[in-house]
Ligand binder design. Structure first.
Ligand SMILES: NC(=O)C1=CN([C@@H]2O[C@H](COP(=O)(O)OP(=O)(O)OC[C@H]3O[C@@H](n4cnc5c(N)ncnc54)[C@H](OP(=O)(O)O)[C@@H]3O)[C@@H](O)[C@H]2O)[C@@H](O)CC1
Ligand SMILES: Nc1ncnc2c1ncn2[C@@H]1O[C@H](COP(=O)(O)OP(=O)(O)O)[C@@H](O)[C@H]1O
Ligand SMILES: [K+]
Length: 479
């Protein structure tokens, strides 16, 4: 079962693996033709009613595999308005091959569409790209299709039906058979139609490994204003000063508008000294202690997200302070480094993403394995028990929430240098502001690894964590 959004992401991941969309379209069209051939006899009349998107593109391909039949490929709308290059190329191919086609909307009107003596209609007007009720001429075409005696084979989804919900806002094609691709869609379950799930050559890797399709959109409304894109609080520092500053700057580089650092006054000036981009709030004392938790909670509740842990140190007072903080916090937080040990013991209403390396995972009570597939199963199980999302760092990062597991392969051994985990925590914290935990963790691991690769290209094993900061925003240019 796969949703339309997830299908689009998997599509993009397949392309990044070297399986271009046009190849997927070829496989889809071939699969449709195979089902059509099982439903008609040679010489039967087959009409393919096509839209201007890739759903139509699938049928332009299918037409090439149905040359033995009396086919007619009908395009609703002018070829100039075909919306994608791969659909356009497949339309041009059947034109050059002189397969019979009709264009509706210019000279021919949809009402002239004669489907009376047709044996089989391929419904390729709309698939997962439908928005709202069918407009014209698709709506009339759907009615003409439904009134005909022909067998109706729908491409991917019956036109007008929402692939995720199975409902339609207006008229929808009533199909006898649906040929859907790669995996079934939630909206097909209750349809009164036979459903064929066709493999179209998308490898499991496109779903399992994090890819460009898993990155949240970087689109921003022109009318955005300060703070719209995230205000986060880093709770860190104590013995260490670099870690919270790395985390805070990484959160900015991952798109946050405002980053606050709550750190002990003993290191506040040092942390502020790293960057004017950070807003530093000094906490009484030399480490994070229960006495300042109340004030930190008051600030945290104003934020879109929190990153707790970088450089906190593991003093007993600090562990108690983290425990008290999580006991009172109900928002979204990344928990990293020395704060991780507290998570299994504390009862919190917060939505957490924990980012342990394998040693920290074991200290939390989790199990690990050298083989990443075994590790993935162990981490998924532990995430389920914890009730939080885990990002277990390593050569392959394992991201799991107990329901879904993704594996991130980006990164380089040059990233074992200190501070890269602090950068990762900042990236995940920034994404967690506006993205679901699993997606934020998967995308954070992917982007941090990509930045590490870019840094290693330039500096080899001499890369340092700050090299990643400049390269983070480069990774966001997903297509
Ligand atoms: N891995 C995969 O997923 C693969 C997917 N593949 C195939 O791609 C399909 C998705 O393609 P897609 O994204 O181009 O969208 P699609 O369904 O053709 O519709 C877009 C068109 O519909 C139109 N339109 C929209 N709403 C409308 C309305 N209410 N009433 C009327 N028109 C409306 C819209 O017009 P516009 O709004 O742009 O003017 C645009 O022209 C998918 O279902 C599968 O078949 C395969 O090739 C292989 C692998
Ligand atoms: N051997 C490796 N190969 C690829 N990426 C790695 C490797 N070791 C660590 N990384 C990456 O470096 C980042 C920080 O991981 P790690 O060094 O374990 O964290 P920390 O800095 O907290 O110890 C993660 O994004 C991880 O994927
Ligand atoms: K369709």
């Amino acid at each position: 079962m796969i949703t339309a959004d997830r299908m689009a992401a998997v599509d993009a991941n397949a392309a990044a693996l070297g399986i271009p969309r046009k190849q997927l379209m070829e496989s889809s069209g071939n699969a449709v033709a195979r089902v059509v051939r099982e439903s008609v006899d040679p010489g039967d009349r087959v009409v393919l009613v096509c839209g201007r998107g890739n759903n139509g593109g699938d049928a332009f391909v299918a037409a090439r595999f149905l040359d033995a039949y009396d086919t007619e490929t009908v395009l609703l709308g002018h070829p100039e308005r075909i919306g994608t290059e791969i659909a356009r190329e497949n339309w041009d191919a059947i034109q050059h091959a002189e397969l019979p086609t009709t264009v509706v909307g210019d000279t021919t009107d949809i009402a002239d569409l004669d489907l009376d003596d047709v044996d089989l209609i391929v419904d390729a007007m709309l698939g997962t790209g439908v928005t709202g009720a069918l407009r014209e001429p698709e709506a009339t075409a759907a009615r003409v299709i439904n009134e005909s005696e022909a067998t109706v084979v729908a491409v991917d989804v019956p036109s007008g039906v929402d692939a995720d919900t199975g409902t339609s806002e207006g008229v929808a094609v009533d199909a006898d058979h649906v040929v859907t691709f790669h995996d079934t869609k939630p909206g097909l379950a209750d349809l009164d139609a036979a459903v064929t799930v066709a493999e179209i050559g998308i490898p499991a890797a496109a779903e399992r490994f994090v890819g460009p399709g898993d990155l949240p959109s970087q689109h921003r409304a022109a009318a955005s204003h300060k703070g719209d894109h995230g205000e986060v609080l880093v709770i860190g520092g104590g013995p260490y000063t670099g870690a919270p500053a790395l985390t805070g700057q990484a959160a900015l580089r991952a798109g946050c508008d405002l980053v606050h650092i709550a750190c002990p006054e003993s290191v506040a000036r040092d942390v502020q000294g790293y960057s004017e981009n950070l807003i530093v709030h000094a906490l009484d004392g030399e480490r994070f202690t229960p006495s300042v938790v109340e004030g930190v909670l008051d600030r945290a509740v104003e934020m879109d997200g929190v990153i707790c842990g970088p450089g906190l140190g593991d003093h007993a007072e600090t562990r108690e302070a983290v425990s008290n903080f999580l006991g009172g916090f109900e928002g979204r937080a990344v928990i990293d480094a020395d704060a991780l040990g507290v998570v299994p013991e504390v009862d919190t209403d917060a939505t957490l993403v924990c980012t342990p390396h394998q040693g920290e995972l074991q200290a939390m009570g989790g199990e690990t394995a050298d083989d990443w597939e075994q590790r993935a199963d162990l981490v998924a199980e532990f995430a389920g028990e914890l009730g939080h999302t885990l990002l277990v760092k390593g050569p392959y990062d394992i991201v799991a929430d107990g329901e879904t597991t993704r594996v991130n392969r980006t990164g380089t051994p040059a990233m074992t240098v200190g501070g890269t985990g602090d950068v990762l925590a900042g990236v995940v914290g920034a994404l967690l502001v506006a993205t679901e935990p699993l997606t934020a963790a998967a995308a954070g691991a992917y982007l941090t690894g990509r930045a590490g690769e870019a840094a290693a290209d330039a500096r080899g094993n001499g890369l340092v964590a700050t090299d990643l900061l400049d390269r983070l925003s480069e990774g966001f240019d997903n297509e």
